[in-house]
Ligand binder design. Structure first.
Ligand code: NAD
Length: 321
């Protein structure tokens, strides 16, 4: 008995890295999986259908159910077809894991328009595309009187939530994905669908800045490997299960043996004009510091803990000395 017996999942970007581990574990827990992956390079160039097929074959060889899909999530028609493929092959769709991603890291003054648009297309539009078509499927079933239990897990990033130098394009879409998560959860709850997001940290070619040297099959260098991408999958599998149906609109940090609930924007100190009307400019110059009293403890990136392991990987891949 698996925790996801009878469920059908679509995982985007599941040909390698974090998505591959998510697809494998969802299948081990009993879900039939549509394994989507364009199979391109880390920056979005090219395509290779073998990437998705290999993971689907691996699931089937292990006794699970899976089909491959090698289209781009950036293409709305292709995303619609992915949802249709799940329904045609397995009868319905219950779980969408939006994971596909590329990187075009540059300082803001070096960004070409294409670097921004590519990242928007794959991450943000990719997330919108699958959610819209999956939500239409769930809404239609709910309107026909069926008791729907749908689940969406989006992939955000600490770059979007807390910021990261060199990633204005990527961070912006990852923050937007957190907003999509929050608002879609408000809209889809009435149809029996929960929507959450994760900010993972794991060793993949994206954390190795585009190196293809790293193999997804590489075993951990040490007995406990905190940046193994397989560490992310258990929590995603949990979020997709019926046990997590009440959890919605949340963003979680997930890495190693840690799951952390992130809290979004919250109200801080307020400054009110002494006259009760619009601030005279002079008063703002005199009193602005009052907004910054009693600030909570500064955010500490989990990268601080993981940096030694990441640096060892970069060295092994020949990217640093
Ligand atoms: P990865 O490169 O190993 O995997 C990404 C996969 O997405 C690849 O297999 C790629 O072929 C696929 N893909 C790219 N464009 C696609 C498209 N248009 N359509 C379908 N598939 C496409 O990298 P990863 O680190 O496993 O990244 C997975 C997700 O996790 C991404 O959204 C990434 O931004 C996010 N993320 C990763 C980390 C990390 O530490 N690795 C941190 C924060 C967020």
């Amino acid at each position: 008995m698996g925790t996801l017996d009878g469920k059908v999942a679509l995982v985007t970007g599941a040909g390698r890295g974090i998505g591959r581990e998510e697809a494998l574990l969802l299948a081990r827990e009993g879900a039939a999986v549509v394994v989507n992956d364009l199979g391109g390079e880390w920056d979005g160039a090219g395509a290779d259908p073998r990437q998705a097929q290999a993971v689907a074959d691996e699931i089937v060889a292990a006794g699970g159910e899976a089909v491959a899909n090698h289209d781009s999530v950036a293409d709305d028609g292709a995303a619609k077809a992915m949802v249709a493929q799940a329904v045609d092959e397995f009868g319905h769709l219950d779980i969408v894991v939006n994971n596909a991603g590329v990187l075009r890291d540059k300082m803001v003054f070096n960004l070409a328009t294409e670097d921004i648009l590519t990242v928007i297309q794959v991450h943000l539009m990719g997330t919108f595309n699958t959610i819209r078509h999956a939500a239409a499927h769930w809404r239609q079933r709910a309107k026909q009187g069926e008791e729907v239990r749908g689940s969406v897990v989006n992939t955000s990033s600490t770059s979007g939530i807390f910021g990261n130098v060199g990633q204005t394009n990527y961070g912006a879409v990852k923050a937007a994905i957190a907003s999509v998560t929050q608002i879609a959860s408000m809209e889809l709850g009435r149809y029996g669908v929960n929507v959450n997001g994760i900010c993972p940290i794991a060793r993949t070619r994206l954390t190795l800045l585009g190196s293809n040297n790293i193999s997804d099959q590489d075993g951990p260098a040490v007995e406990w490997d905190p940046i193994d991408p397989a560490n992310v999958a258990p929590f995603v599998t949990f979020l997709a299960s019926d046990a997590a149906a009440e959890i919605t609109g949340q963003i979680f940090g997930v890495y190693g043996g840690s799951v952390q609930l992130y809290r979004g924007w919250s109200l801080g100190p307020e400054l009110r004009s002494s006259g009760g009307r619009a601030f005279p400019v002079e008063e703002l110059h005199q009193r602005w510091q009052e907004l910054f009293v009693a600030e909570p403890t500064a955010y500490r990136s989990p990268m601080e803990d993981l940096r030694p392991a990441l640096q060892a990987d970069l060295k092994q891949a020949g990217l640093t000395s």
